[in-house]
Ligand binder design. Structure first.
Ligand code: SAM
Length: 262
């Protein structure tokens, strides 16, 4: 990770000296930023890229990407999120274009094959038809460009539900095609590793790589922060090491896939 990307990731290298909340957030995002860092370098060879953050919310990824010098557009249905994005970008002194719209609007907003990279982070869970939505995304990516998908892991959802004492919910989730534990589950959909990879491959993207995100950070008890100023840094290092172990994918809260348009 370059210094600039480390800063974008929330300063992973400084995690130990920050407050617990910030350190935990850094640990949650470090693996994704590591992967994106390598991808951005490869796609742009150091130059600015055209990036679309589809369902980009308040700009948690878009603003750091703009800080790295990329031309970023957030397509987002929520006007409140777009307003928060504008404030965040202004605070950081960068420009991010915000457009109100959904994944289904991408083809009307961008020329076919005009984008270097599209982020679809924590959004496929909320759309009616993930396959159609990903198809819309792929249409605006240039040949050789890439898509970054981050999505909730159904298996980890069951693990966390069981650890919270909700054993029948965990059982329900494991048998549910949408990866939900019940009608009151606030998450509309979760994905299995194989299901997400199949979705990505069926969309026409190739060369998919997958890594587990938040393998340990959501599991370690709060006491880990007490009396250990280095806990944040150690957690980041642990998450990075865990991402290298495909066996740990199953318990990662999120699955991160990078794939290319051929
Ligand atoms: C959990 S938030 C994720 C925000 C951001 N991508 C992130 O990772 O922090 C889900 C976002 O998806 C947006 N969203 C929901 N349905 C969408 C759709 N059909 N097309 C695009 N965005 C959508 C929501 O408004 C919300 O901002």
């Amino acid at each position: 990770m370059t210094d600039r990307t480390s800063a974008a990731a929330g300063g992973a290298g400084r995690a130990g000296s920050d407050g617990p909340a910030r350190a935990a957030n850094t640990a949650r995002t470090a693996v994704v930023w590591d992967a994106l860092s390598g991808l951005l370098e490869k796609l742009g060879r150091g130059g600015p890229l055209d990036v679309v953050d589809a369902g980009g919310g308040t700009g948690g990824a878009a603003v750091p990407l703009a800080e790295l010098g990329h031309r970023v557009t957030v397509v987002e249905p929520s006007p409140d999120s777009l307003a928060a994005l504008e404030r965040r970008a202004a605070e950081r002194g960068v420009r991010v274009r915000g457009v109100q719209g959904e994944l289904g609007d991408l083809s009307g907003l961008f020329a076919p094959g005009s984008t270097d990279l599209v982020l679809v982070h924590n959004v496929l869970e909320y759309v009616d038809d993930p396959a159609a939505a990903l198809g819309d995304v792929v249409g605006v990516v240039r040949p050789g460009g890439a898509v970054s998908v981050l999505a909730a892991n159904a298996v980890a959802g069951a693990l966390h539900r069981a650890l919270g004492g909700h054993l029948t919910d965990a059982r329900t989730l494991l048998g549910d095609a949408g990866g939900r534990w019940g009608e009151t589950d606030p998450m509309p959909r979760r994905f299995t590793r194989s299901g997400l990879l199949e979705l990505v491959e069926r969309s026409g993207l190739t060369g998919a790589s997958i890594r587990g995100v938040r393998v340990f950070t959501d599991l370690v008890p709060g006491q880990v922060w007490e009396g250990d100023a280095q806990a944040g840094r150690h957690l980041v290092e642990l998450e990075r090491a865990a991402a290298e172990h495909p066996e740990l994918l199953g318990i990662a809260s999120q699955l991160h896939v990078l794939a290319h348009r051929s």
